[in-house]
Design a protein around this ligand. Structure first.
Ligand code: ADP
Length: 492
C-alpha cells in the first residue's frame, strides 16, 4: 500500500480531521481511493457526511474565538513552521500526489513547492493587516476602519491540484484570523489529510483547520453553505457546481469566492516569436495532462503562420510519452478517471465528425491507466463543442484566424473569463488586445503566469474573488467602521 512508499509513513491518514482529532465516520463507512495510472486501490478513507461537517463547523467556531487573541507575529510563526514542514516533506507529499492524482512526479514536486509558497506568503501578509483612520465628520468625532476575520470558512476543492488549491484557501483564511472546514475532492483526499497532519505538527491550534473527506459532496456542501456559523464559502471547481453553491449561499447571504471553469484562448499573431509561442503552448496545454483551469483550451493562430505553427507543435508533441507518473521517462500522466477519458474522446470525435483534422493523437492511449494520447487538432470551427467547452485533457484544438479584430472576437466568444494568452512582438497590439480581452488574467508572451504573488481569478462565469497576492486576504476579512464620538476638544 501507499504508506510503504513514503519516508514518513505516518503522513498517510485515512480518517477525517476535526478539532485536532482523527475520526472515522459515525457509521464507519469508507470510500476507496484509486491510483489512476494503475487503477489499483491506494487507501480506504473515512466517508464523512453532514453530521461530521456540523461538528467541524462548531469546533472551528470555538477555535476561531481563541485564535483572535493570538498576535499577528505568533500567527506568522506558526504558518511559517507549517510552510517549512511542507517543504521538508516535499518528496513524500509528491509521492502521495502522483499516486492519487496521476501527475508526473516532477510536476507533483513542483506543485508542493507552489502550494507551500501560499503558506509562506500569507505567513508574511498576516503581519500586514492594517486599519485606517479617516477624516472626521465633526470635531468631536474620530472615524476608524479596522479589518476583522469574516468568520468560519467552508471550503470545497477539486482533484487537479490536490495541495495548491487547498493552501491557497487555508493559508489566507488562517492569516486573516478565520477557521476553516475543508472538503477535498474524493479522488484526492490523501494530500489534504497529510497537509492537516503537518499543520498540527507545526502547532496550528486544534479546530482551526478541519478536513472532511467524503463522497456525498452535495450533503457536505449543503451544510457548509447553510450553517449559520459559516460566514464564507470558497470553492474551486466546475461552473455548474459553483452556481449551485452560490445559490445555496445566497439564502444566508454568505460571502463567496469562486474559482470556476475556464476556456482559455492562446492568440498567436504572425509577428510572434514562433518557437517561443510553441513552447508556451506546450507548457500551458499539456501540463497536468491538460487538467488545469488555465490550460489553453483554444489555440488561435493567424492564417499566415498556421501551417508552420502546426508543424512545429506536432513535432514537439510527438516527443511526449504517456504512462505512469512515477516513471521518470513519462511526460504525460493519466487523466483522473475513465469517465474523464471518455469525455475528452467525445469532444475530439465531435470535432472530427464536423471536419477537424487530427495532426497527432486523437484517441485513448493503450495500456492500463486512464491515459489519452497527446493530441493536436486542426481546422477547428465555432460550431464544434471544443470551441465552447473546457476539454480538461491533452488536446490542442488549433483554430485559424484572419486579423486582430477576429482574434479578439473569437477569444471573447465564451461565457468564461479566467486566463488568456497573447503572443506578439508589437507593443501597441499588446496593450490593445490585453485591454479588450474579457479575462481576469492575461499572459503576454508568457504562459507560466501563476504564483503566490499575483491575484489569481476570473471574470464572467469563471468566478469571483482573487487568490494570492496582497488582494488575497481581502476575501477573508470584513471592514468595520468605528465612529468614536463625544471627544472633548479641551484646551492645551
Ligand atoms: P471537477 O470537474 O473538477 O470534478 P466539480 O465541480 O465536480 O469539478 O468538483 C469540485 C469539487 O466540488 C469536488 O470536491 C466535488 O466533490 C465537489 N462537489 C461536486 N458536486 C458538489 C455539490 N453538489 N455540492 C458541493 N460540492 C460538490
Amino acid at each position: 500500500m501507499i504508506a510503504e512508499m513514503l519516508r514518513d509513513p505516518s503522513l498517510v491518514k485515512a480518517a477525517g480531521f476535526i478539532n485536532g482529532q482523527w475520526i472515522d465516520a459515525e457509521d464507519m463507512k469508507t470510500f476507496e481511493v484509486e491510483n489512476p495510472s494503475t487503477t489499483r486501490l491506494l487507501a480506504r478513507v473515512a466517508d464523512l457526511g453532514a453530521d461530521e461537517t456540523q461538528r467541524a463547523i462548531v469546533a472551528a467556531h470555538q477555535a476561531m474565538e481563541r485564535w483572535q487573541s493570538v498576535t499577528a507575529k505568533e500567527k506568522s510563526i506558526l504558518l511559517r513552521r507549517w510552510f517549512e514542514l511542507v517543504l521538508e516533506h516535499k518528496d513524500d507529499l509528491a509521492t502521495l500526489m502522483t499516486a492519487e492524482q496521476g501527475k508526473v512526479i516532477s510536476e507533483a514536486k513542483g506543485e508542493v513547492v507552489y502550494g507551500a509558497s501560499y503558506i509562506e506568503w500569507f505567513a508574511e501578509e498576516t503581519k500586514r493587516i492594517y486599519g485606517d483612520i479617516l477624516p472626521a465628520t465633526t470635531s468631536d468625532r474620530r472615524s476608524l476602519v479596522i479589518r476583522q476575520p469574516v468568520g468560519v470558512v467552508g471550503a470545497i476543492t477539486p482533484w487537479n491540484f490536490p495541495i495548491a488549491m487547498i493552501t491557497r484557501k487555508v493559508a489566507p483564511a488562517l492569516a486573516a484570523g478565520c477557521a476553516i472546514v475543508l472538503k477535498p475532492a474524493a479522488e484526492t483526499p490523501l494530500c489534504a489529510l497529510a497537509l492537516a497532519e503537518l499543520a498540527q505538527r507545526a502547532g496550528i491550534p486544534d479546530g482551526l483547520f478541519n478536513v472532511i473527506p467524503g463522497t456525498d459532496a452535495a450533503a457536505i456542501g449543503q451544510v457548509l453553505t447553510s450553517h449559520p456559523l459559516v460566514k464564507k464559502v470558497t470553492f474551486t471547481g466546475s461552473t455548474r457546481v459553483g452556481k449551485i453553491l452560490m445559490e445555496q449561499s445566497a439564502r444566508g447571504v454568505k460571502r463567496t469566492s469562486m474559482e470556476l471553469g475556464g476556456n482559455a484562448p492562446v492568440i498567436v499573431f504572425e509577428d510572434a516569436d514562433l518557437e517561443k509561442a510553441v513552447s508556451g503552448v506546450l507548457a500551458v496545454k499539456y501540463r497536468n495532462s491538460g487538467q488545469t483551469c488555465i490550460c489553453a483550451n483554444r489555440i488561435l493562430v493567424q492564417q499566415s503562420i498556421y501551417e508552420r505553427f502546426l508543424e512545429l507543435l506536432t513535432r514537439k508533441v510527438a516527443e511526449f510519452v504517456t504512462g505512469d507518473g512515477f516513471d521518470v521517462s513519462v511526460t504525460s500522466g493519466p487523466l483522473i478517471t475513465r469517465q474523464a477519458v471518455n469525455n475528452v474522446d467525445a469532444l475530439v470525435k465531435d470535432a472530427v465528425s464536423k471536419g477537424a483534422g487530427v495532426c497527432i493523437g486523437g484517441k485513448p492511449a493503450s495500456g492500463t491507466g486512464h491515459c489519452y494520447e497527446p493530441t493536436v487538432l486542426r481546422d477547428l470551427t465555432a460550431d464544434m463543442r471544443l470551441a465552447k467547452e473546457e476539454v480538461f485533457g491533452p488536446v490542442a484544438p488549433v483554430f485559424p484566424f484572419e486579423d486582430e479584430a477576429a482574434a479578439v472576437a473569437m477569444a471573447n466568444d465564451t461565457e468564461f473569463g479566467l486566463a488568456a494568452y497573447v503572443f506578439t512582438k508589437d507593443s501597441s497590439r499588446v496593450w490593445r488586445v490585453s485591454e479588450r480581452l474579457e479575462y481576469g488574467m492575461v499572459g503576454v508572451n508568457e504562459t507560466a503566469i501563476s504564483s503566490e504573488m499575483i491575484p489569481f481569478g476570473g471574470v464572467k462565469e469563471s468566478g469571483q474573488g482573487r487568490e494570492g497576492s496582497k488582494y488575497g486576504l481581502e476575501d477573508y476579512s470584513e471592514l468595520k467602521y468605528i465612529c468614536m464620538g463625544d471627544i472633548e476638544p479641551g484646551v492645551i
